[in-house]
Ligand binder design. Structure first.
Ligand SMILES: [Zn+2]
Length: 377
């Protein structure tokens, strides 16, 4: 408990807050309330602890010494369990995640040693999303963030974004593709060390949808950082939070400026009535789904809602059998995520080269003896 008091004090000082101010923020009064918590004299209730974590903007689990409090073998899964009351994690998902936890932990540890930690939204973006703002404003904020992010990570405006490379290699966020059956689109959470993890459903034949899910979950990371998000199939996408995140994903994958320019360049502005084949062409160019592109076109004022409904109808009726004819799917837009084992090996070899791990640790991670390793290295 004393350790936590010390950490709480450090957090308070780093935020430039006095004991009095913090007491007020958690609905108490008097500096002594805080000073007694920090010195370990008062037993800290879970409720007060939670409130303090909110004030200091840290996940509660980050204040515990993982090894001491939870034992060595715990990790992401415990974080999931820890949050289960908030997010209602389906048992099926827990079972599917379990076999990957060890590898995810190893990746997290190697990233830490290589000082390759995930990009924090505060490094890129100074303004926090105020969820009390009108939806339209929030969507603008989300789109602005997507543009800044692309710029900061050196993704040219007319690049079709390689979303896997972007998340995994540029932002250092782990992605896990698993077969989630009919269960869900994707999932965003943090592990017990505070590292983000994005899970998407591999069992989805529309690659454009996978790309969108990845961008969507990334939006949750930046805009709803400390929440657990599970995006179920048929979920209520009308929810405000989802709409904001969708605006982020949309701008990340299809930057409006680029689409407008491209739309003019290929002569679509001169077309009297936009047809499904036009939408398909754009969807293919930007590597997103047909319907998402139709939605973006409404958003940019290129088509109206009635046309969107026609396209929606068309998509449900025809697209599946006619996808080859209208060129909806192109072979180069398959979402390929490196298997976790491969990612561990890449990181481990780099860590060995930079001498942040020794040959013993490398051989343990690679599951090879030193002679076998000598042949590979
Ligand atoms: Zn979501």
């Amino acid at each position: 408990m004393k350790d936590i008091g010390k950490k709480l004090k450090e957090l308070r000082v780093s935020k430039g807050l006095s004991g009095d101010e913090v007491a007020k923020l958690i609905g108490r009064s008097g500096n002594y309330v805080i000073s007694r918590i920090e010195s370990g004299e008062t037993k800290l209730s879970l409720e007060v602890f939670d409130k303090l974590c909110k004030v200091y903007e840290v996940p509660p689990a980050s204040l515990f010494d993982v090894k001491k409090s939870f034992g060595k073998k715990k990790g992401f899964f415990d974080r999931v369990s820890y949050r289960a009351d908030e997010g209602n994690i389906p048992e099926e998902l827990k079972l599917k995640l379990q076999p990957h936890l060890k590898d995810l932990r190893r990746i997290g540890n190697l990233q830490k040693k290589l000082d390759r930690l995930p990009f924090n939204h505060r490094e890129i973006y100074k303004v926090d999303l105020d969820e009390k703002l009108p939806l339209k404003k929030q969507k603008e904020v989300a789109k602005g963030l997507a543009r800044q992010l692309r710029e900061k990570m050196g993704a040219d405006i007319d690049d079709e974004l390689d979303i896997v490379d972007f998340i995994s290699n540029k932002l250092n966020i782990s992605i896990l593709g698993i077969d989630l059956g009919e269960l869900m689109w994707g999932f965003y959470s943090k592990d017990i060390y505070g590292h983000p993890l994005i899970v998407f459903n591999e069992n989805n034949k529309f690659e454009g949808r996978k790309r969108f899910t990845l961008a969507h979950e990334l939006g949750h990371y930046f805009l709803h950082n400390d929440f657990l998000e599970i995006d179920m199939e048929g979920d209520d996408q009308d929810e405000q939070k989802e709409k904001v995140v969708n605006a982020f994903a949309q701008e990340l994958l299809v930057p409006s400026e680029h689409l407008r320019k491209y739309y003019d360049d290929v002569g679509f502005s001169l077309v009297r009535k936009i047809k499904p084949s036009h939408v398909a062409h754009l969807a293919s160019k930007f590597k997103v789904s047909f319907l998402m592109m139709a939605y973006v076109l409404v958003d940019l004022g290129k088509i109206n809602w009635n046309q969107y409904k026609e396209f929606d109808h068309y998509c449900k009726e025809k697209l599946e059998e006619e996808k080859d004819i209208i060129g909806y799917t192109t072979p180069d837009y398959v979402v390929r995520v490196k298997p976790l084992r491969q990612k561990i090996m890449d990181l481990a070899i780099e860590a060995k080269a930079k001498e942040v791990i020794g040959i013993d640790e490398l051989s343990k991670l690679a599951d090879m003896n030193t002679q076998e390793l000598a042949k590979v290295l």
